[in-house]
Every structure is written in C-alpha cells, then in structure tokens.
Design a protein around this ligand. Sequence first.
Ligand SMILES: [Zn+2]
Length: 230
Amino acid sequence: MAQKEEAAAAATTTEESAPASQNGEDLENLDDPEKLKELIQLPPFEIVTGERLPVNYFKFQFRNVEYSSGRNKTFLCYVIEVQDKGGQVQASRGYLEDEHATAHAEEAFFNTVVPTFDPALRYNVTWYVSSSPCVACADRIIKMLSKTKNLRLLILVGRLFMWEEPAMQAALKKLKEAGCRLRIMKPQDFEYIWQNFVEQEEGESKAFEPWEDIQENFLYYEEKLADILK
Ligand SMILES: [Zn+2]
C-alpha cells in the first residue's frame, strides 16, 4: 500500500505516466472500497472499473423489446462525474450485473460504489440500465437520494419493467418526485453503451448496428413513461 502511494507520488512529480501502470493492475478487488476509491480518482476514462460487457449480453439484455421474456437480469452501466477540489471534473465508469453481485444491480451500486464517495464532493451519476428498477429498488433509490445529498442521479433505461402494474407506476412517480431523473434510452444511448461498455474484438468492426425496431421501441416506451409520470 505504502509502496503504491510512493509510486503514485513519484509519477505525479515526473510525467503523467501513472495511468499506464495503473491500467495494468488487476481489477480483482472492486469490492474493496479503498481500491475502488483509487480507481474512481483516476483521470477521465483512463480506466474502466469493471470488465466490459460481452457482445452477446449487450445484444440480448439491452435490446429494447416490448416483451422482455428471458431477460431477467439487470445490467447497470454507470458513469460517475465528480468535481475535485481544484474544480476539475473527473469521470469513471464501470458496470454491474445482478447475478454476479448477488443483489439487484441498483443495490449493488449503492453497496459497493456509493460508500467510496467523499462527502465533501458532488457526484453526478448516470446509469444506463437494461430495464427500469423494480419497486423495491425504486424505494432504495429514493432512500439513497434522501440521505446522500451530494449525489445526483440520471437513469437511462432500455425498457420499462412491469410498467402495467399500478404499484410500479406509483414507484416511478415517487422516484421522479425524489429528484431522480428517468429517461428511456434513445438509439444514440445504445450506441454510447456499445462504444464504451461492450467488449470490442480486435480487428472487428466497431460500428454499432442498431436493430430494426430500435427507434420504434424507444418511442413506445417513451410514450408509456410520459403517461405514467404526467
Ligand atoms: Zn430491483
């Protein structure tokens, strides 16, 4: 630990070569808050705090179909922007998946990432989630926002989860009242995820290929959400 701090200090006094060596480090200890804090404090987009999604996961889980049968996991990609004491905005990103986290992905974010926040700084967090939160997670988000005053949260979702249910609709309304911004992902948002959070194989085209009904489904969910929140 001490050795690493020394190395980091040395790097800042010489060249900005620190990110290169830190990039090479394993990300095995992401559940260690100190380790995660270190990663989050790195310069913008030098490092991804978590592995990229396999292409197939993205193509299946994020697809904004109207009926999400078989899609029973939640993938949560996040971007954290924090303004440091010098006024510079630093960003970090990663993804969580509920199967590995053994909790809903939203809860996993609160349990592993939020505890690393410095109460003296302000955090703008954007989530790109395959589907909107369940009632229990909506409740957790509301509680987390009320006790974490330095956190602003924007949630972009591919699909609305169980939106026909009155309890779910009520939960989404409460989420909005609690100051959480909720949006349906546009085709450009899926492209952003593709470019920033999905594994890219060497030598393969990196262009995002939108599926046929991407725009139509976006409009479908956007209209449902507007109806629920009005
Ligand atoms: Zn949930």
